[in-house]
Ligand binder design. Structure first.
Ligand code: PMV
Length: 328
């Protein structure tokens, strides 16, 4: 243990002994509290277990190019490749030559955590190759440092939910709490929480969306908005923990209105939100940074089959699809 702490503190000359390492992680969707979480409010996010990214890392010999990084047979852009060097510094170890090949089923740049997932798996693969054990907390903390390359000043929510792979309630700092989900109890037999995620296909930069929304959270009005987001997160959390979809839907819908007021809900997202609500979804809002990317909807648990078929048919006409996340 002592040796491991020293490795974090000193630029060590440690030579990796594992020559191949594998890492894999999920995507995420934010249920409530994005943007406000950057300024200290609480937020809730869920893992997208079936939408994942994985990498296989091989330690290269001295003669090989220092870092080769390909995902789905494409070289990753140079600034993304730099995340590997960020990982060496975050771990406090001397860089070694690596060849990384990755693949993913997670939509990229769609507000579903792809940059956080990339940071987590890069760090995990390098740590494994260097035979460093990382706790989930340490992994989330260090990966959030890597995320600065993409977000500027990320809250830590994305890397935390990806590291934990649990539905979590998060506040900037050390507070990560797993939500004790209860199945929906709503005029019928208990059932899982039927969420839909819809990718608008429009792409935007998280950093520019954070900059766009920032004024909304500043000053004395901003403080009131942050307090409201905190209250809405508490409402959603108690709904998820008591199986009450009305509480969750109420919190999500009001948070969605506040995100519109913050200026991060563009026309495409607005249309998708209206489509879901018009077909009876209990709640629909943008998820993630906005300005494009995805929306998240909560269906009526007892009419979900009809709602999915109507929403799916309407999306198909626009060349879009949904995917389901059933939480229990
Ligand atoms: O769109 P994404 O997946 O990059 O999520 C960004 C979430 C924000 O709350 C807007 C930023 C953050 O650091 O929490």
């Amino acid at each position: 243990m002592k040796q491991q702490i020293n490795r974090f503190q000193l630029q060590s000359d440690y030579i990796p002994r594992t020559i191949e390492a594998h890492a894999d992680a999920c995507g995420k969707a934010i249920i409530v509290g994005e943007h406000a979480v950057v300024y200290g409010s609480r937020a809730i996010a869920m893992p997208l277990q079936v939408h994942r990214m994985s990498v296989r890392l091989r330690v290269g010999d001295e003669a090989s190019k220092s870092v080769q990084f390909r995902i789905s047979n494409h070289d990753v852009p140079a600034h993304v490749c730099e995340v590997v060097n960020d990982a060496f510094s975050a771990l406090g170890i001397k860089p070694f030559n690596v060849k990384i090949e990755g693949s993913h089923s997670l939509p990229i740049g769609a507000g579903l955590g792809s940059s956080a997932t990339l940071c987590i798996i890069t760090l995990q693969a390098i740590a494994k190759a260097a035979q460093i054990d990382l706790s989930r907390d340490r992994l989330a903390f260090l990966a959030n440092k890597l995320e600065r390359r993409f977000h500027g000043n990320p809250s830590g929510l994305d890397t935390a939910v990806v590291a934990y792979e649990k539905v979590i309630s998060f506040k900037k700092g050390p507070e990560i709490r797993e939500i004790a989900m209860k199945k929906i109890h709503h005029d019928g037999p208990p059932c899982a929480w039927p969420f839909l995620i819809i990718d608008s296909g429009v792409r935007s930069s998280t950093l520019s969306m954070i900059q766009k929304a920032k004024p909304y959270f500043m000053g004395s009005d901003g403080e009131k908005v942050l307090q409201r987001f905190d209250d809405l997160t508490t409402k959603v959390e108690s709904g998820l923990e008591s199986g009450d979809p009305d509480l969750v839907a109420g919190g999500m819908n009001e948070a969605g209105q506040l995100l519109k007021a913050a200026g991060v809900v563009n026309d495409e997202l607005r249309q998708l939100i209206d489509l879901c609500r018009d077909h009876g979804a209990l709640a629909a809002k943008s998820t993630g940074a906005g300005g494009g990317g995805s929306i998240i909807a909560l269906l009526n648990p007892h009419q979900q089959a009809q709602q999915k078929s109507k929403i799916g048919a309407a999306l198909l006409r626009h060349g879009l699809q949904y995917f389901e996340v059933n939480l229990s």
